[in-house]
Design a protein around this ligand. Structure first.
Ligand SMILES: [Zn+2]
Length: 159
């Protein structure tokens, strides 16, 4: 199965923020704040509960299941991130934002994106073979992993 990867707002370096971008960023920040407040009220998780969550999520997504993307974030930085290979675009849903590794803005919504130019090199296609799978879809796993990572980070921040 070949996914055709989309792009939006290229060239990334020249992208100008729109009203819709500002609205999405405001919403993301509000949701983030709300989650922080809820987490602050929640009792800390036991080790047993963490272990159950790890089992539930399964092992991390292996590299050959991932697609690299160039993302322009709300703060203006262009960063690289990975998503499940099966997704034609890197944004939407819980994947709509990143923590910017350059300036630390968190959350920073994705405002523009493109797959890297060297995406389909022969070297990477060597890893494209898929193992047999009876598990949930990789997109679901990535979404869950991202959500868990955000939660983990918040919980650690409190400790
Ligand atoms: Zn930034």
């Amino acid at each position: 199965m070949d996914v055709e990867y989309l792009h939006h707002g290229v060239p990334l370096a020249d992208y100008q923020l729109t009203k819709a971008d500002r609205r999405r960023q405001d919403e993301a920040a509000q949701v983030h704040e709300w989650v922080q407040r809820q987490l602050a009220k929640a009792p800390p998780w036991s080790e047993e509960r963490w272990e159950r969550m790890r089992q539930l999520l399964g092992p991390p997504v292996p590299p050959w299941e991932l697609q690299r993307w160039q993302l322009r974030l709300y703060c203006g930085h262009v960063v690289e991130a990975t998503r499940s290979r099966e997704r034609p675009r890197p944004d939407g849903g819980v994947c709509d934002e990143e923590r910017c590794p350059e300036c630390g803005m968190d959350p920073a919504v994705i405002v523009a994106f493109e797959p890297p130019a060297n995406n389909h090199s022969p070297k990477s296609s060597r890893f494209a073979r898929r193992p047999p799978s009876d598990r949930r879809s990789k997109a679901e796993l990535v979404a869950e992993n991202n959500a868990l990572r955000a939660e983990l980070k918040s919980l650690r921040g409190q400790a």
